[in-house]
Structures are given as C-alpha cells and as structure tokens.
Design a protein around this ligand. Sequence first.
Ligand SMILES: N[C@@H](CCC(=O)N[C@@H](CS)C(=O)NCC(=O)O)C(=O)O
Length: 215
Amino acid sequence: MITLYACNFHGAFAHGTVRDIRARWALEEAGLAYETRMVGREGLSTPEYRAIHPFGKIPAIVEEDGLAIFESAAIVLHLGERSEVLLPHDRGDRARTTAWICAAATTLEWAVSTLGRIDFFPIDRDADATIRPTVVRVVQTRLAALTEALGDRDYLEGRFTGADIMMRCVLDMLSHTDLVAPYPTLTAYMDRCAARPAFQRAMRDHLAAYDKELA
Ligand SMILES: N[C@@H](CCC(=O)N[C@@H](CS)C(=O)NCC(=O)O)C(=O)O
C-alpha cells in the first residue's frame, strides 16, 4: 500500500491548506489505497525522513516498491501515471495538464505563498509592509489571467484533472484574504472542485488529523 507522509503540528491558520491535502486528494481521485504516517516537527529532520524528502517537508509518498516521491506537484504528476483521472493519456491534453500543474506550483504559488509568509510568518515587519502591496498586485494579476484562461470551462482542461487539485489548493492559500472574491469565476471553480467526493474525503481525513492532535 502507498504510504503518505503528513503532519498535524501546524496552527489553526493552516488547517485545510497544509500541502498533504494535495496528495490526499490526488490519491482519493485516483482510487489508490494508502495509509497515512504523521511526521512530527522533529521527525522532519531525521535521516530516515530526509532519505524520503531531502528538504524535510510535507508531503511525501512512498510506493509499494519503496519508491519515494516528494513535492506535491511531482506527487500529483506521478500518481497521474496510475490514473487517467489525474493525467490524460492524450499527448496534447497530458502536456497541457502538466503545464497547468507547473503553473500552479510556480507562477501562482510563488506569489501566493510569499503573501502567506508575510501575513503569517513576518520576518521584518517594516520590510514586509513595504513589499506586501507589490506582492498583492502580482497575485491580482495572476488571478485575472487565470480567470481569463479558465473562461467558462468547469475545469482547467475542460474535464477534471490533477491540475485542478494543484490550482484549487494554491487558491485556497488565499483564504485569509479577500483577493479571490472579486473573481466569481474562480470562487465558483473552487466550490466546484470542493464539491467532489474525493476532495471531501481527503479534507475530512486531513482535518481529522488535527482534531485528533487537539483532542
Ligand atoms: N513545494 C513544496 C512545499 C512543501 C512545504 O513547504 N510543506 C510544508 C507544509 S505545507 C512543510 O512541510 N512545513 C514544515 C516545515 O517547513 O517545517 C510542496 O509543494 O510539496
């Protein structure tokens, strides 16, 4: 069975967006059986975990044959080789889905996570306050472009793919702001993705890990 490495030591601000949700959701969409192993803060820097994830981050997965994969985008792409739900077989559709997964993880997530870093983990309050408006403008520019690209389609590739897992999860990292609200196309897209039974199972289990820790 696949092992998913997740964690439950983050504060309430991060519940729902810690990146194991991406791997959980992909595993659920693909219908692949998995067991979850929780890694504590100290566990991230042990040699055993660094052998699985060189940077000591969450998520990682280890497959039945011992193959370890880290980085949420890589996990979604890799699981896509086992499920056409995540990654279409058609050459062009597959290439575009891959491009969207990379765009979510780089072009969007770079700006979105920088905003999260400023808002939740301030390093230098004055410097952060100075750059925040610029980061917000970059995020807004990306959201406007994404809205245009999505158009009236339900999902990025028309039908659901792993690209929607990555994109919705990145957009969700803006939930502490009102930046997505002016884009009804995007809020409807996020709701549509969240209504999927696989997402609901993944989110239920993701949040249950925090409830267990708090109990
Ligand atoms: N680009 C990586 C980011 C991984 C990452 O930063 N994960 C966070 C959880 S959302 C983490 O492990 N934080 C624990 C820490 O940095 O100590 C991915 O998408 O997998």
